[in-house]
Design a protein around this ligand. Sequence first.
Ligand code: NAD
Length: 367
Amino acid sequence: MPNNFRVFATCDIGDALEVLRKRGYQLEVYPDPKAPPKGLIIDRLRSGIDGLITTLRDQIDAEIFEAGKGTLKVVAQYAVGFDNINRADANRCKVPFTNTADVLTEATAEFAFFMLGSLARKLWSAEHLTRENKWGFWHPYLPFLGDEVTGKTVAIIGTGRIGLAMIKKCSGFDMNILCYDPAYQNHEYIKAIQETIDLRYARGIQKEKTSIKYVSLEDALRQADFVSVHVPLLREGESPTPTFHLFNEKRLRMMKPTSFLVNTSRGPVIDENALTKALKENWIAGAALDVYEKEPLPPESPLRDPSIEDRCRLFPHFASAARITRLSPDPAKGMAGRCIQGLIDVLERNYSGDVKRMPYVVNKEAF
Ligand code: NAD
């Protein structure tokens, strides 16, 4: 049966949108690659939109829900993180919103691992040396050396979906793993990883015996050679353990001067001024960032300081940016497919219209 739902997508999310067109939806896609101004989203909503497809660039709050009052039935977010959506406002207006968890877990974790590797082995500096014709001779330790990853200790901050996937990647590199998460501890998973490590050691696949365990944040930061952050952005009042500026001056000073920090979670989890100071004054050895307090990274950001460029890797919110992960129309594989399916579930009243049973709806508590 044809559906004539009206959907506005604030961004083109690729071929998966054909799924909606084929079902008879009236679809309008904002054509510019940059985010639409909020006023434009409000105008579209006032014209009577049933479903809104959003990205992390759109601020979805009371003003937006007010504009969609009476017609807006779902906000489908093309991301797992949803800190751009005001959950309390969505709940007050009884509008369900969906996200695209799971399908980007492995891609994000592997990128975090590659960031860790690029920092440790100085890939950026090594390539510059070659390209800029400064590779004058082969030498045992000049002009610089990197640090091995194998056998080192990594701290995983946040053991949700991506943290656990990162643990799996790190265990394949024979690393010791320290886990910290005040709200969710998956002891079964950690036990299974330890059993895998033990088997690899017993069968001679890894030479050194390594271990995995939950520890306090302080122990994790004081002992780790690498710290990889996988928490949601939670501001004061949103959680008993907020993550806004979790990495401030005090926590950065707990880390070893030889250690590296990797962040693929959300920018405001790290105080960038404190991090710049930490890099300039060598409290830590380096950092690799995929996310920033302000995105895109402003030209005047202190992180761009040339004096720290050899130890500060900067990426453009790119961790989930892999072809299948971003674009597959299959909801089991791609963010686009999952985003579309979340929208369809709500608009077409799948699961007998029971929002609580819809797998991709986040704010089930409002229904
Ligand atoms: P998740 O909800 O499955 O896991 C987050 C974990 O963090 C949870 O286990 C939670 O208990 C824990 N946590 C909460 N507060 C904490 C605190 N104060 N200290 C330590 N741990 C805490 O989320 P996920 O799917 O693993 O994603 C993690 C985050 O990664 C997302 O929220 C998103 O912001 C970010 N992300 C970024 C990209 C990217 O492209 N860079 C891609 C995907 C996800």
